[in-house]
Design a protein around this ligand. Structure first.
Ligand code: CTP
Length: 476
């Protein structure tokens, strides 16, 4: 089959493909664009990463191409892997010789031999990723699609080219990749392929945590992440890689009183928030906001089901989860912790009376993350009762307005108390100690509670009065 001229012109015009084509012809090498780049042409997802496979030495072709381009090209050769990479302008072209791979059970590292294009296509993960387009002049634009990848693309299907048990057992990361593609592209996983993931799920143990989290994060960033999470759950992979999330499942009833299934609720929150933000860490806050509900669930004869302090316990659980999953243990984690810890606060504001002092405290504690916190809280409303949803969202609007008014008036969002610890020590001739901390906090609290304005003179007067109650007076 030949691609229509337009598509070839659009994607394979330009210097780089002309040069690869003539270099390969001069060396008498068969040469193809292959894999994700070709798939993405049909998905109208322009890509700057091009994989080129040659029947012969990929490195030799890369060197010849780099020579022909001359100025502005960067060539890196990975002799051990038999690959080479060219960076030219904003393009990255990876060259590799066509290969045949065989695997041992305990490892993702294959035994590699030179092979034909067909061998190379056979070893690929999915039919849609096994498409190749010839770059040699006499067959330029010819599509080689031995497994019906184009049809699968048209029908939105993820399917392995060979027996799926072999494809997944060879490289179990592909189970995650299949689910990730399904979630990213909105494709269905073909039943045989799906069943093989369930059968081979335990093989995920030979895949490094880093590779797993890369794929999971791509699922988290997909347009409707619940698609991927539900597939992970149904295949049994989720239990293996993220048991805390599976533990949210189930809705118990006692004396006729039930609670919502927090697993499905969490996935709805994640889908909701994904309509509003592409911030990976805000999406993670949605995933983890109720993570401590199983640990804090109690039955109370008066109140029914309670999950007291699940926000704080959840905040504490996050470092353990991040460490195990190889998520970063830096300010990104702290940001997720902060949002999980605070996620009940705006709702409490709505339910109770919205006092200025409560709004000030929230603004102060959330600081620059206040908008993200509001996005999380709004996404957290997943009731099926539309009236209730509308009522909550309206109340959040009131809270937002109140925050705006108070911030304009009092500037408490990122405020530092106007008198710091050093100055307190100087004023009262104190040595560092708990006393200084207490006095400093009392100024902060007085400002947040609206007792004094956020100004130096008022803070000084208040401090002197406060210090007098514990027998301290200014030494200067
Ligand atoms: N591949 C594979 N098995 C893997 C990883 C990759 O068979 N575990 C093959 C596929 O043919 C894939 C190609 O290598 O298309 C390139 O892989 P990669 O660049 O990792 O992924 P893409 O498919 O290009 O997709 P994305 O860029 O979205 O990760």
């Amino acid at each position: 089959m030949r691609l229509d001229e337009d598509k070839i012109q659009k994607h394979f015009s330009g210097k780089i493909f002309d040069i690869i084509s003539s270099a390969a012809d001069e060396m008498n090498l068969e040469c193809y664009a292959i894999g994700g780049y070709v798939r993405d042409i049909f998905l109208y997802r322009p890509s700057k990463d091009i994989d080129v496979v040659t029947v012969g030495k990929g490195i030799d072709l890369a060197k010849a191409v780099a020579n022909k381009i001359g100025k502005g090209v960067k060539l890196s050769v990975f002799q051990n892997f038999g690959t080479a990479q060219i960076k030219y302008k904003d393009l990255e072209v990876e060259f590799v010789g066509a290969r045949r791979e065989s695997y041992e059970r305990g490892s993702r590292k294959p035994f590699v031999e030179d092979g034909t294009l067909e061998d190379d296509q056979n070893r690929r993960d999915f039919t849609i990723n096994a498409l190749a387009i010839c770059l040699n002049k006499n067959r330029y634009g010819e599509l080689l699609d031995p497994f019906g990848g184009l049809e699968d693309l048209e029908n939105c299907i993820i399917r392995t080219p060979l027996d799926p048990d072999i494809t997944f057992s060879d490289d179990p990361l592909r189970m995650m990749r299949g689910i990730r593609f399904s979630s990213q592209l909105g494709f269905d996983i073909e039943p045989e392929t799906f069943d093989a993931i369930s059968r081979n799920k335990d093989r995920i143990e030979i895949v490094s945590k880093e590779r797993i989290i890369d794929e999971l994060n791509k699922i988290v960033l997909s347009p409707k992440p619940s698609v991927g999470f539900l597939l992970l759950d149904k295949t049994g992979l989720l239990e293996l890689i993220f048991p805390e999330l599976v533990a949210l499942k189930g809705a118990e009833t006692k004396d006729g009183v039930g609670h919502k299934d927090n697993f499905y609720h969490t996935l709805s929150v994640l889908d909701n928030i994904s309509l509003k933000t592409d911030n990976l860490w805000l999406r993670w806050a949605a995933i983890l906001h109720d993570i401590a509900k199983p640990a804090t669930k109690r039955w109370d004869n008066r109140l029914g089901w309670t999950f007291h302090n699940h926000n704080f316990i959840g905040e504490k659980m996050i470092p353990g989860i991040f460490r195990r999953m190889k998520l970063p243990l830096n300010e990104k984690m702290k940001y997720v912790q902060k949002l999980v810890g605070l996620h009940m606060r705006p709702v409490t504001l709505v339910e109770d009376e919205v006092t200025d002092s409560a709004v000030r405290r929230l603004l102060f504690e959330a600081g620059d993350n206040i908008e993200d916190l509001m996005i999380l809280c709004e996404a957290d409303i997943t009731s099926k009762n539309q009236d209730k949803v509308r009522r909550f969202l309206k109340n959040f609007q009131i809270v937002r307005q109140k925050m705006k008014d108070i911030e304009e008036k009092d500037h408490v969002r990122n405020f530092q108390p106007p008198i710091d610890g050093q100055e307190i020590m100087d004023i009262f001739g104190l040595a560092p100690g708990a006393e200084v901390g207490r006095l400093k906090s009392s100024i902060k609290d007085a400002i947040l509670d609206g007792i004094i304005p956020n100004e130096y003179e008022a803070a000084y007067q208040y401090l002197v009065k406060k210090a007098a109650t514990i027998g301290l007076s200014p030494v200067k």
